[in-house]
Design a protein around this ligand. Structure first.
Ligand SMILES: Cc1ncc(COP(=O)(O)O)c(C=O)c1O
Length: 362
């Protein structure tokens, strides 16, 4: 008897999902994934090196209480308002599962974080996309008009890099019929005020963050969200126990308690290099979107071809071909663009030199 094909046994909703598979081949310079190109903060690195075997043989804590306490201090909220996860990916996925029934809708700006429509489908939920406005801001009227069970916002937004306007975010938080998630993975690099400020007044708001970017711990997978205690308790049920491994919890707590000066110094350097990089891109004839994150997006109709050539020359940048022709900023570029992560200036200089070569050839 022939065994059933995987499609015969998979859930219907999974047929529309493909594996997330950006090109992760090693490159001489990798400025493609917005991680911390300065490395790991020192206390976190010590915690990783000094971990004992008893930490590894036993199960970790169920819901990472020490990490919650450190994160609560960092954000200035109560520990009961924090939920952690295996990366903020895990928190976002769990939140969609916690607050939407299969068949419900989640409203997502476009372009925005590519994983959200995937997490929606993984949970049997339908993603409804709403184009960003001319200034790459969120269209509050259109988002609210979806009447979606969950509204997802990302500020600063990936891949555009800009922070969404506070008035639009506040209006959505105030008027949305269901849960609003504000993804602040890049908040540390932004001068814009955080949606954490709205938490006291809004019980259906979840603000997600990560330690993968400013804190340099992407490989350990530590993400979290803040919200009203009753709201985060639902995300925690949906997330399940033991999702922060023992090594990750130790390193993350060490970073939050002892590495804040390192984090702040490198964020300041990233912000300075981001402005310098944006200026150099303009000098090459590109028009980068003003960024509040640790990356810069440059719309260009040759985005995909340029990224391919740059990779041949040893530099990995992230190309997009689906930024949306209905977003005015991307119309002329046919929806294509290059996203470049910000790092130490030596890496930026090499990236710019390789980009200039590729621009000259194509
Ligand atoms: C906007 C946004 N949210 C969430 C994530 C996921 O981060 P984590 O490493 O915490 O899963 C990313 C990663 O690139 C991101 O860009």
């Amino acid at each position: 008897m022939t065994p059933p094909s995987s499609l015969d046994v998979a859930r219907d909703a999974y047929r529309a999902i493909s594996l997330y598979a950006p090109n992760r081949e090693p490159a001489r310079i990798d400025v493609s994934d917005n991680t911390n190109l300065w490395g790991v903060p020192p206390a976190a690195e010590r915690a990783v090196r000094e971990v004992g075997t008893s930490t590894v043989t036993r199960y970790p804590s169920l819901y990472a209480p020490q990490l919650k306490a450190a994160l609560a201090d960092y954000l200035g909220v109560e520990p009961s308002m924090i939920v952690t996860g295996c990366g903020s990916d895990d928190v976002l996925d769990s939140a969609i599962r916690a607050f939407a029934e299969p068949g419900d809708r989640v409203a997502v700006p476009a372009p925005s974080f590519a994983m959200i429509p995937i997490f929606a489908r993984m949970n049997g939920v339908e993603p409804v996309t709403v184009a960003l406005t001319g200034a790459c801001d969120v269209d509050a009227d259109a988002m609210l008009a979806t009447e979606a069970r969950i509204i997802y916002l990302c500020s600063p937004n990936n891949p555009t890099g800009n922070a969404l306007s506070r008035a639009a975010v506040e209006r959505i938080v105030r008027e949305a019929p269901g849960v609003v998630i504000v993804d602040e993975a890049y908040a540390e690099f932004s001068a814009a005020p955080s949606a954490v400020d709205f938490l006291g007044a809004h019980e259906r708001l979840l603000v997600s963050r990560t330690m993968s970017k400013a804190f340099g711990l992407a490989g350990l997978r530590v993400g979290y969200a803040a919200g009203a205690p009753a709201l985060v308790a639902e995300v925690e049920k949906s997330r399940g126990p033991y999702k922060i491994n023992a090594l990750a919890e130790r390193a993350a707590v060490a970073a939050l308690r002892d590495d804040m000066a390192w984090v702040r110094d490198h964020v300041a350097e990233a912000v300075a290099n981001r402005e310098r990089l944006s200026g150099e891109l303009r000098a090459l004839g590109l028009a980068p979107v003003p960024s509040e994150a640790n990356f810069v997006l440059a719309p260009t109709p040759r985005g995909v071809a340029l990224a391919r050539r740059m990779r041949e020359l040893g530099v990995a940048v992230r190309a997009f071909d689906d930024l949306g022709r209905d977003v005015p900023a991307f119309r002329e570029a046919g929806g294509q663009g290059l996203r470049i992560s910000v790092g130490p200036w030596a890496a930026m200089a090499e990236t710019l030199a390789v980009l200039q070569t590729a621009l000259g050839e194509l």
